[in-house]
Design a protein around this ligand. Structure first.
Ligand code: SAH
Length: 271
């Protein structure tokens, strides 16, 4: 895709995002993902991709292993999130990466005896979106060692992604994906409401249908054979659960009209 088309898409996406009331306009910029001392180029690229699909943009890389960034492998793994890599900040220390942040949260596969409070990803995300206007950082440790104690000391809280007991270490970019997903959900990025072409039925429309159903059921002697009131009440409950819209009520009533037309004494009875 030519660069201009890429930029256009990016601008369109931003415009849509700003128009969505649940998603604060500053949400993408105010959460910074910080990778501390990564050693695999592929994880940097995959992190950029994991961020972009969840609407995040700000990536800071602390002291990457020499030669891995920028690199062809990182770019290849970023797929269409290459712009995040181009804009990424590279700094020497974690302290520098989070200096302007109001809330710094580390992520860890290990339980630590002493240290900041431990949160689940969801607890963190719900608290984080409730800090409008603040610059936030999520810090991820090195692939093999995780966060060093000195790095944990710079964090105000820690997140551990719950796993089975014996093996808790996720791939770095996969851990990033889970956290970015929780942020996206908490910031109002759930699935859109399905588009309905018809408004929901009103109480009056529903009552009209139930009366019609009762009348038709009586006419075909459906209800008289059973306990009529109890059966009718069950049918009301069933259609109540369905959440009918006006269109669906019209279809059902059209069906009942056709049944009535065919009955003795109905419009079609003489044919
Ligand atoms: N042996 C290391 C594992 C490092 S995995 C350790 O015990 O921490 C690399 C990074 O991925 C971690 O530093 C952390 O940022 C993230 N990560 C991996 N598994 C995680 C988990 N279960 N919860 C939270 N973050 C995790």
């Amino acid at each position: 895709m030519p660069t201009t088309a890429l930029n256009q898409t990016r601008n369109d996406t931003q415009a849509e995002r700003r128009d969505t009331p649940e998603q604060p306009a500053d949400a993408p910029a105010r959460l910074r993902i910080v990778l501390s001392r990564p050693t695999h180029a592929g994880n940097i690229g995959a992190t950029a991709r994991a961020m972009k699909v969840m609407g995040l943009e700000a990536l800071t890389i602390v002291a990457p292993k020499p030669g891995i960034f920028p690199s062809e492998e990182a770019t290849a793994r970023a797929v269409s999130a290459e712009s995040l890599l181009q804009q990424a900040q590279v700094v020497d220390t974690l302290a520098e990466a989070v200096a302007d942040c109001h809330h710094v949260v580390g992520t860890t596969a290990r339980l630590r005896h002493i240290g900041p409070p431990l949160l689940t990803p969801r607890q963190w995300a719900e608290g984080a979106v409730a800090r409008p206007g603040q610059q936030l950082a999520l810090v991820f440790g090195q692939e093999r060692t995780g966060l060093l104690n000195e790095e944990v000391d710079l964090c105000h809280a820690l997140i551990r992604i719950p796993t089975q007991d014996g093996f808790s270490s996720l791939n770095l970019a996969m851990a990033v994906q889970i956290l970015c997903y929780e942020w996206h959900l908490a910031a109002g990025g759930g699935l859109p409401e399905p588009l309905s072409e018809s408004p929901p039925a009103t109480a009056q429309e529903l009552e009209g249908f139930f009366a019609h159903l009762r009348e038709t059921g009586d006419a075909v002697e459906f209800f008289v054979r059973k306990n009529p009131d109890a059966v009718h009440r069950r049918l009301r409950a069933l259609f109540g659960r369905a959440g009918l819209d006006r269109n669906e009520i019209n279809i059902l009533r059209g069906f009942l009209r056709d049944v009535q037309r065919k009955l003795p004494g109905g419009e079609d009875a003489a044919n």
